[in-house]
Design a protein around this ligand. Structure first.
Ligand code: TYM
Length: 330
């Protein structure tokens, strides 16, 4: 079987952007691959975290992977910080990644504009650690949203650079981007990506939102003044975003969605989108609640999978050390 690798930052609460852009596709693909899914807690340290909240959020994200349909007995679901090889290979890859490459990253530019008081070195070298995540497991496929494309490209470039010097060390991974929903937009500013760190809570649907909250947020979603449900990203970004969300959730094409709401107002349309999303999340909420009660089960999975991930990651790390000429311990 081929290897699939992906993960999410362990910060904050997952959004329907994270779900539609990534998690949903992990669930769809997982049976055909040997899968590794990380809760990327080291990456989260690029922004200051409140330790108590951070621990809770990271644990919730782990549980949400499982609640979404990834069986932790078949998939290796683990915390990045439990596998030291990530940081170890991350350092090595820092030395094979150029400042010029990192300087071009739009996420670095956005985040350093947002956190001007804390533009730390980790924020800058973030893509090298992400490359380490993927390359440690010799991943073939990396299902991610459109915003991570640049990072995956750096990963491929660094892997090729390394292989060119030392022979075939790393598998070169391919990205997997969903046909619809690779970039879910903010409900409040539909030309901006929906983000878990948005300060405006109405901009984002969190996976833990209840039905009333979801419907209320969709009701408030920014649209336009021409009252026509038509897919046109440039001129109707708000409506197009809602159509895309509705299409992914119901499995309908943009034409079918347009037809369904022909002659109907935005009120009906927004309510239908809200209901569809809430219905989709209902079984997920039930499963999350069940899992949260079963602490021992999740604890066991966390430990076992950290060991399993370490086994694979260390194999690659040893190979890298050897190729580099680092001295072996006898
Ligand atoms: P993160 O935590 O920002 O997002 C997790 C996943 O969700 C996708 N995503 C979206 N997709 C569609 N629309 C949106 N509005 C939206 N917002 C987020 C992201 O593209 C991503 O797939 N650097 C990564 C985490 C990471 C990683 C990795 C991913 C670290 N190491 C190795 C894959 C492989 C990140 O910050 O994702």
């Amino acid at each position: 079987k081929k290897v699939l690798y992906s993960g999410m930052q362990a910060t904050g609460k997952l959004t329907i952007g994270n779900y539609i852009g990534a998690l949903k596709n992990w669930v769809n693909l997982h049976e055909d691959y040997d899968c590794f899914f990380g809760v990327m807690d080291l990456h989260s340290l690029t922004v200051r975290q409140n330790p108590t909240e951070f621990r809770q959020n990271a644990r919730r994200i782990y549980t949400q992977y499982v609640a979404a349909g990834l069986d932790p007995q078949k998939n290796c679901i683990y915390f990045q910080s439990h596998v030291p090889a990530h940081a170890q290979l991350g350092w090595i890859l820092d030395c094979y990644t150029y400042m010029g490459e990192l300087n071009r990253m739009t996420q670095f530019k956005d985040k350093s504009a947002k956190h001007a008081d804390n533009i730390n070195a980790g924020l800058f070298t973030y893509p090298a650690l992400m490359a380490a995540d993927i390359l440690l497991y010799q991943a073939d496929l990396v299902p991610i949203g459109a915003d991570q494309k640049q990072h995956l490209e750096i990963c491929r470039d660094v892997a090729e650079r390394f292989n060119n010097i030392y022979g075939d060390v790393f598998t070169i991974p391919e990205g997997y981007f969903p046909k619809a929903g690779a970039r879910i937009m903010s409900l409040a500013e539909p030309t901006k990506k929906m983000s878990k760190s948005d300060e405006n809570v109405n901009a984002t649907i969190y996976l833990i939102d209840d039905k009333d909250t979801i419907i209320r947020k969709f009701k408030k979603a920014v649209t336009d003044s021409d009252a026509e449900v038509r897919y046109d990203v440039d001129n109707k970004p708000g409506v197009s975003n809602l159509m895309e969300i509705y299409g992914v959730v119901t499995g309908k094409s943009m034409d079918e969605v347009a037809k369904e709401f022909e002659g109907k107002g935005y009120g009906d349309f927004k309510l239908a989108v809200g209901e569809a999303v809430a219905d989709m999340l209902e079984p997920f909420h039930v499963r999350c609640a069940e899992l949260e009660k079963d602490k021992a089960y999740i604890d066991g999975c966390i430990k076992e999978n950290a060991e399993k991930a370490s086994y694979f990651a260390n194999k690659t790390l040893r190979k890298v050390h050897k190729k580099l000429g680092l001295t072996e311990m006898i």
